[in-house]
Design a protein around this ligand. Sequence first.
Ligand code: BGC
Length: 497
Amino acid sequence: MADPVFKSKITPYVFTSWILAAFGGLMFGYDIGISGGVTGMDDFLIKFFPRIYERKLHAAENNYCKYDDQLLQLFTSSLYLAALVSSFFASKACNVLGRKPTILMASTFFMAGAALSAAAQVGWMLILGRILFGVGVGFGNEAVPLFLTEIAPVHLRGAVNILFQLAVTVGIFIANLVNYGTSTMHPNGWRFSLGGAAVPAVVLFAGSLVITESPASLVERKREEEGKAALKKIRGVDEVDAEFEEILSACEIASKIKQPFKKLMKKQSLPPLVIAVSLQVFQQFTGINAIMFYAPVLFQTLGFKSDASLLSSVITGLVNVGSTFVAIFLVDKVGRRKLLLQACCQMLISQVAIGVILHLKLSETGSLDKGLAAVVVVMVCTFVMSFAWSWGPLGWLIPSETFPLETRTAGFAFAVSSNMLFTFVIAQMFLSMMCHMKAYIFFFFSAWIVVMGLFVIVLLPETKGIPIDSMVERVWKKHPVWKNCFDDDDSKEYEMA
Ligand code: BGC
């Protein structure tokens, strides 16, 4: 089948919608970046975790076991549990109310979380603040990538969706800078760090009032006229009939499915579901968040002083942002698979090199010599770089573009919740794993990288340039493995279910 050519122009309105929607990513990124720094601040520890502070003062210096404390890790990771649960509610909200109100709700939860955390006097306020942040992340991460994918013209879909990840990386970077500034503001610097999350949330709130709803979501909710008007608005042209027809027929199939989660458990839903969940699980098992959350702690472990370690995490933050642009430019040209496979090689080399250096040269109490420490920083950078143009953005892009409309929000909720679950697992376990496994932790991540490379080779089809509502016919039914999920009888069932 020839590629349908849908007309589109990039008007200022369209561009603004993309940017505003991507502020959802900024909220998420800010939170990823802020926690590690805050939990390293003495004022914060003295107020909420005095026992840990005492231990920190008196602890015998051990490179691999600095702040191994489950409670402190629970502070970082509780947000992800809340996000995990709320992404399923967000999926419902996306279906029933639409993408736009779901984004608005996300920003509201996030603003409330920022206010409560910044004002926290006692532990429960802090934890409730984290939970509100988490619900905000769950709603935002469900609605924003889907929204971006749905409003993007097909030939730019990858690039537009990656605006979300770009915003995540900018959020992480800003958070590192904020922490750098507030760490010397005693005794309330941490309040500014946590409260700063309100800034992207306010922009997102304002943005969600301006953006237009996704046409597919309007049509799905039987508002066809509005859907067509929205499509004209986001395409910047009046001739949208061909694309609108495609949305109509996708919605017609979708309207026959009353229980998307049940439909998701059928054989024909396996390909996008297995891929969405696996990409997210693998994304976390690259070890990226071990670096993101604990970069300051990690660099201290490597023998850098407190300030130098913050600076080092600023460096990795910049590398992360810069390399995401590479993905934006390449994803719709070279495709998804090549980026993922190239990155597997680069990440593997980096992780193994870090593991070998630490294993051979970093004892429990000594420190690395300057030259080797610099090599480790460079390897951390090459690792972050390759993640940023591959598994980072594509972990969100591919699940948002491979489900048919009828299972899209439900399926994507599984992607979001898998991300949250495994971010939680890594955040909760990393410091303890490092304490027990020492340098071997980097070999542990390396082994996962090999598995994910094989996964891409065997099970991941290329989705570049395929219209989002033609995936079943043009991708799954043609794939050597996945076509088995669509034998003839089942396909009928698929059409009728
Ligand atoms: C991941 C996060 C990660 C970030 C780093 C995102 O795609 O989901 O867990 O911290 O990328 O840039």
